[in-house]
Design a protein around this ligand. Sequence first.
Ligand SMILES: C[S@@+](CC[C@H](N)C(=O)[O-])C[C@H]1O[C@@H](n2cnc3c(N)ncnc32)[C@H](O)[C@@H]1O
Length: 285
Amino acid sequence: MAQHYPVLLAETLEYLAINPTGTYLDCTAGLGGHTTAIAAQLTQGGRLISNDRDPQSLEMAMRNSAEFSERIEFQHAEFSELSLTGLDGLVADLGVSRFQLTDPERGFSFQSEGPLDMRMDQTRGETAADLLNNSSENLIADWLYQLGEERRARKIARALVRARPIRSTLHLAGVVERAVPRTGPIHPATKTFQALRMLVNGEQQQLDALLERAPKMVRPGGRIVIISFHSLEDRKVKDKFKEMARLGDASILTKKPVVPSEREVRENPPSRSAKLRAVETAESL
Ligand SMILES: C[S@@+](CC[C@H](N)C(=O)[O-])C[C@H]1O[C@@H](n2cnc3c(N)ncnc32)[C@H](O)[C@@H]1O
């Protein structure tokens, strides 16, 4: 495996303020980067539940954190199914992992040919191909505009509907590229792929569910740390934390979102859009 850089790792550990005998939840095991680092800080009695909706990622996280296996329990669930209580802290590192993005079979990338799937959990739900080939032009345009913040959504939706059935990642990328001219170094299908990924995985609804559940899962005085990569997600996290603070349910630990250092961005360019926010839940909750 290429070197794996867990995003904002030192900052995540700092804001979790780990109690070595505490109980923690990593909502997004991924390749196990944050999981391994959290488990390394636990001692006997400490416990980490490491969760992911993607069974393949769970297997990799398990392998990569094997050194600390006696402190880690792996769990396959999506955010909307999480129901733990009494945690000392939880972390969620949202979005997709490098592994998911770069494995052609998963269908997330417009750079390699693969099935148009995009499900983080391939055991359930509709694929990107199902949604694209069976939805109205208007609906597709709305998705591209709202989730991808794609200004040329109508034009792309029209071209996609004309080219149906869309069968593969490169087929989709080619149709978008022919419909809208390239305006810079970024591939013209970037926003289309992002919107479809968010749609297929219900990412907005999943984050809503996580933000609703997290305060109930963490004990009074516990920590919630969330890393997001998209302005829509960061806004949701910010608004939720502000609301918790206003109600006296938590204090905000990050007045401004914490972003990666220049060095981290240089070493791991995909970290560039990461934003970390953290709260401590009120003792009297
Ligand atoms: C950015 S990666 C996490 C990387 C991980 N922190 C590491 O250091 O290796 C995000 C992971 O979250 C998982 N994920 C995303 N949304 C999820 C959800 N709603 N429920 C459960 N897991 C989810 C994805 O399957 C993916 O493996």
